[in-house]
Design a protein around this ligand. Structure first.
Ligand code: ZN
Length: 466
């Protein structure tokens, strides 16, 4: 009898342990994850009892907030495809979904605060989410795009924070329910977050990689000159310099400044495909940044066989090569900082009032050590100072960069500019694409110039902010 009682007591205790374990698991470990899933119908009931947190820019400017139970978007249209919407009919998208956990007050410190608030008879609150983005720079980028289809994205050279992101056209998240059909059917794809999802041939901006390669493997002489007769015949096809211009005898620095196709085709042949691909790998060109929102993957064409591109095509960023603007910004940042590729990120901090509960950081980084970065930065400064990138110049600021004019099957070439500033001590690396606009130097470089100017005026280059 005593033995069976003992056994019963043991089973009872075992049951209790299992129950506590299960409750802990569901409430503390799984609960927050389930609660923050956008498709979870419990959200609306839970939110009705809670003040959902705000989404702010890095300086605390409100991008979206909760007003009388309704999500109100106050940010610019250019940021809407990233921040996303909250709609009864359409659910939730973008960062509104990604940061659901934080916005619903599910961070451990916020949960404790909310228990206290409930005891005191106050409404529980979500945490506010500050993005790494600076709205002043987003507005400068959107104004400079001026309604043309395109993308601007800029990362902090030393940290990987995304400081600026603008996509055009954007949309109004406050009217997503009524405008859905129109937006979804719009040929200009306003729901697409172009800086992260757009795939474009990089055109001459890819010459950065070729130049880096020949410098890294010492394939050019210090004062070597190349002869450009205006075009080069490769495998029965002719590749011309812009408007067939003869550049004559030029150095690598001059070839970069004038974006000489002939010289870069020759350099890429010297470099060879294997080394070019190796370099792309060393700089994580195909490593997709993890941002919690949809991103497209930059893909180099197959190295050989079907779907491959020839070295001359790759030298000028054509063939079947497609890149995302954010990946080009990451590459440019790595050139600017001397070889560290950092995964970009969007969460500056999650906070409750003025108390920081969580700070974002880069999730991975990869380093490439090379003596090639210093001369390359000098060439890129020359390209803006006296070459094709002149329109990116800003008074009182040294800007470095490279233009691109990328042919594509959808009409006029896409205009590109990638670059960084200040050239001597880089802070901001930018990638700009203006779709089917024409020359990079004419259409994309001025957009970059406008963003660099706004960054200068906002104090980013005074080195006081960091
Ligand atoms: Zn040339």
């Amino acid at each position: 009898m005593k033995a069976s009682l003992k056994k019963l007591f043991f089973l009872f205790r075992l049951g209790l342990v299992v129950l506590i374990g299960a409750l802990t698991y569901w409430q503390i470990i799984v609960g927050p994850k389930v609660a923050s899933k956008p498709e979870n119908p419990r959200i609306s009931a839970q939110e009705a009892k809670l003040i959902r947190g705000k989404i702010l820019d890095r300086r605390g400017k409100v991008i979206s907030s909760q007003e009388e139970g309704v999500r109100v978007y106050l940010g610019p249209a250019a940021l809407a495809p990233l921040v996303g919407y909250t709609s009864g009919k359409r659910g939730r998208s973008g960062l509104e979904a990604t940061f659901g956990h934080e916005l619903l007050g599910q961070l451990p410190a916020q949960r404790l605060t909310n228990i206290k608030r409930r005891i005191l008879g106050q409404e529980p609150q979500g945490s506010d989410v500050c993005l790494t983005i600076d709205l002043r720079l987003v507005e400068a980028a959107a104004n400079a795009l001026g309604g043309r289809r395109g993308a601007v994205v800029g990362v902090h050279v030393q940290t990987g924070e995304i400081l600026v992101l603008a996509t055009s056209p954007g949309f109004d998240p406050n009217r997503i329910g009524e405008n859905w059909e129109k937006l979804a059917g719009d040929k200009a794809s306003p729901l697409l977050n172009r800086p992260l999802q757009g795939l474009y041939p990089p055109g001459s901006t890819f010459k950065l990689l070729v130049a880096l390669g020949v410098l890294h493997w010492n394939l050019v002489g210090a004062d070597e000159r190349f002869y450009c007769p205006g075009k080069i015949e490769i495998e029965g096809k002719s590749i011309e310099c812009f408007h067939g211009k003869r550049h004559g005898w030029i150095t690598l620095e001059e070839a970069m400044a004038v974006s000489c196709n002939v010289t870069f085709v020759r350099l890429a042949q010297r470099l060879g495909k294997a080394r070019l691909y190796k370099l792309a790998q060393m700089l994580s060109l195909e490593r997709r940044p993890l941002l919690g929102v949809p991103t497209s993957q930059t893909r180099l064409p197959a190295q050989a066989g079907r779907g491959s591109s020839t070295v001359p095509q790759l030298a000028i960023g054509q063939g079947s090569l497609l890149v995302t603007p954010v990946q080009m910004a990451m590459l440019t940042a790595a050139i600017a900082n001397g070889g560290t590729v950092r995964s970009p990120y969007l969460l500056y901090q999650a906070k409750s009032g003025d108390v920081a509960l969580l700070r974002g950081k880069s999730s991975w980084q990869q380093e490439m050590s090379s003596a090639a970065f210093a001369p390359l930065r000098k060439y890129l400064e020359a390209a803006v100072e006296r070459g094709t990138g002149k329109a990116a110049k800003v008074a009182g600021l040294r800007v470095a960069g490279k233009t691109g004019t990328a042919e594509n099957p959808h009409g006029r070439p896409h205009a590109w500019f990638v670059g960084f500033a200040p050239a001597a001590r880089p802070v901001l690396a930018l990638a700009v694409v203006v779709e089917n606009a024409g020359e990079g130097g004419k259409w994309a470089a001025p957009v970059a110039g406008a963003v660099f100017k706004a960054a200068k005026e906002s104090g980013y280059f005074s080195h006081a902010e960091y």
